[in-house]
Design a protein around this ligand. Structure first.
Ligand code: F6P
Length: 336
């Protein structure tokens, strides 16, 4: 069987399907290269002095790990110079990061969560990188100017690409440019991402849910109802037994759902009134990837990709995965 590298996959999308242009191809390849560098750093662990805290807090007031800071730097360094970006935004930085003046600017905006699931770093559980690409609106003079937060605040349906990498037993990269969701595995000897999971499809039904059960007493009624019905199993309203998985790294939980179906929920609750996950860095890219694989994603009331963002670091409730289950949760919200 012919091995299709990420480069070849992207060239086909550019040349044959005209889905992406050369600038977007460069952007995706650059992000993928940065993910390889992060994967190497993650793999070194304690031997490379990579574990532990950085001694700083991020914009959300969360303690940063050394690897959070390093991953953010790797992504910034890799993407500043290509001439394809107008600005970058990171979950780890309060404001958008401008392109240094000695480099040219391009038409795209890149957003990323450099290291998702970072509470799992020191315990050797899979973590990952999530990214999202938007077009930068142009000003009256026809240029992208100096984009600020406002330019980034576009609904997820405007994304032109989204992806995530999981640094697990294998390093995988999942990508969509709007023609399905495709998975690549890092061939460590060759240093190339190889297409191993073309056209991923999520089963519409599932008997597996992922949620942090320790928050149960704080959930909204529709979420409680859904989970209680799952827990009741065969003898309850659903008439079947459910299994539960919770890795506590969104990248791993979503990857599992892409592989065998399931539903992932991080609802709003009494403590996280708006929700816990970030719309721009987590919910929107994952929603694009999940929808392109035949799944669904909502905040309970609205399709995730239709939500108009109000802040770069806005939090949101997330329900995603197998279509019929996500629709059921949305229905329970509507009934409530
Ligand atoms: O950034 C958020 C994150 O680490 C996700 O990757 C993960 O799904 C969630 O938080 C884990 O939350 P909790 O600590 O409540 O299990």
């Amino acid at each position: 069987m012919k091995r299709i590298t990420l480069t070849r996959f992207l060239i086909e999308r550019q040349r044959d399907k005209q889905l992406i242009n050369a600038d977007l191809r460069l952007l995706i390849e650059t992000v993928a290269r940065a993910c390889k560098a992060i994967s190497n750093a993650v793999g070194k662990g304690a031997v490379g002095g990579m574990l532990g805290g950085a001694g700083t807090d991020n914009v959300q007031g969360e303690a940063q790990k050394k690897l959070d800071v390093l991953s953010n730097d790797i992504l910034l360094d890799a993407n500043e110079w290509g001439g394809n970006l107008a600005a970058l935004a990171s979950e780890e930085m309060e404001d958008p990061h401008p392109i240094p003046t000695h480099f040219p600017k391009g038409e795209y905006l890149l957003l990323f969560d450099p290291l998702d699931g970072s509470s799992n770093i020191d315990v050797n559980v899979s973590i990952g990188t999530i990214f999202s690409v938007l077009r930068c609106p142009k000003g009256a003079d026809g240029t992208v100017g100096d984009p600020g937060e406002k330019e980034f605040l576009q609904p997820g349906s405007k994304q032109v690409a989204a992806g995530f990498a999981v640094y697990g037993p294998t390093t995988v990269l999942v990508l969509t440019v709007g023609d399905g969701t495709h998975g690549f595995t890092l061939d460590r000897e060759m240093g190339s991402f190889i297409l191993t999971h073309p056209d991923i499809r999520i089963p519409e039904d599932t008997a597996e849910f992922a949620i942090n059960m320790s928050n149960m007493r704080r959930w909204e009624t529709p979420v409680k109802r859904y989970i209680e019905e799952c827990l009741a199993g065969k003898t309850g309203a659903r008439g079947k037994d459910f299994n539960m998985r919770w890795v506590a790294s969104m990248v791993s939980d979503v990857y599992r759902i892409l592989t065998r179906g399931g539903i992932f929920m991080y609802p709003r609750d009494d403590k996280n009134k708006a929700g816990r996950l970030r719309l721009m860095y987590e919910a929107n890219p994952m929603a694009f990837i999940i929808e392109q694989a035949g799944g669904a994603c909502t905040d309970g009331a609205t399709r995730m990709l239709d939500i108009q963002p109000t802040g770069l670091h806005q939090r949101i409730a997330v329900v995603l995965g197998s279509k019929n289950e996500v629709e059921r949760v949305a229905q329970y919200h509507a009934q409530a």
